[in-house]
Design a protein around this ligand. Structure first.
Ligand SMILES: Nc1ncnc2c1ncn2[C@@H]1O[C@H](COP(=O)(O)OP(=O)(O)OP(=O)(O)O)[C@@H](O)[C@H]1O
Ligand SMILES: O=C(O)c1ccc[n+]([C@@H]2O[C@H](COP(=O)([O-])O)[C@@H](O)[C@H]2O)c1
Length: 200
């Protein structure tokens, strides 16, 4: 499988929401809409991971998750991407290195829910990620406090941009991160799988 690189104008701001999307749900839709608006993004990509390196159980097939994502998120500025499977990258730091090489003049922003900030210090090269691209964090039910007190949030406390200035995140030099208290949606893939509404 070869990577297909969509055209991106130099200077564009592009949010990257990496995820298992196993399955995609309204929480993903809600944070994507909020991120587009509050971080002033030209585009947002859902990066469907071939498999989260920290999760033991393999997700449903790429094809199934890609199709479900395309059905769930139909928005002119959101692209559903399988580029990590095409590149053979699982680690975010590796994916970002690649994308920045291919698109040296695009302003990428890594996006994630608050639960991922809480565990961010377990990711490979997590300091490099924060030192390389701005990071936008979206509130998630039950995770706001643990995220704010997390090792990554503390280590990079000085690089935090207040939510009132979220519009400047994408054009800020790394390290820079911003925590947005968006209206929260209490949806999770685990819960949907446990209800038996999605089987791999
Ligand atoms: N309801 C939600 N509110 C805020 N962020 C969310 C929400 N659901 C998912 N996210 C974020 O979206 C990204 C992709 O999430 P993912 O596909 O793992 O969904 P999930 O519901 O967390 O799945 P699982 O329950 O299998 O861990 C992650 O950064 C995650 O933090
Ligand atoms: O690079 C890592 O070490 C790393 C560790 C855990 C998760 N990630 C990425 O974080 C994103 C969110 O994963 P998930 O399963 O919580 O949706 C997804 O793009 C994963 O590839 C990346």
């Amino acid at each position: 499988m070869k990577p297909a690189y969509p055209f991106l104008r130099p200077g564009m701001t592009v949010g990257l929401l990496g995820g298992s999307f196993d399955p995609p749900h309204q929480g993903h839709v809600q944070i994507s809409r909020a991120a587009l608006k509050r971080f002033d993004l030209d585009q947002l990509w859902w990066l469907i991971t071939p498999g989260n390196p920290l999760k033991e159980n393999p997700p449903a097939s790429m094809a199934r998750r890609m199709q479900a994502a395309a059905r769930m998120m139909d928005h002119p500025r959101v692209r559903i991407s399988d580029i990590e499977a095409r590149l053979g990258t699982r680690y975010t730091a590796q994916t970002l290195r690649h994308l920045r090489q291919v698109y040296p003049h695009v302003r990428f922003v890594w996006l994630m829910g608050a639960d991922n900030l809480a565990h961010f210090h377990r990711w490979k090269d997590w300091r490099d990620i924060l030192n390389t691209v701005p990071v936008g964090v979206l509130a998630r039910p039950g995770e706001r406090i643990s995220a704010r007190l997390s090792p990554a949030a503390r280590a990079f406390g000085n690089a935090r941009i207040p939510a009132s200035q979220s519009q400047r995140l994408a054009r800020a030099d790394a390290p820079a991160w911003c925590f947005l208290n968006v209206p929260m949606v209490n949806a999770s893939s685990t819960e949907i799988r446990n209800r038996g509404e999605w089987s791999g």
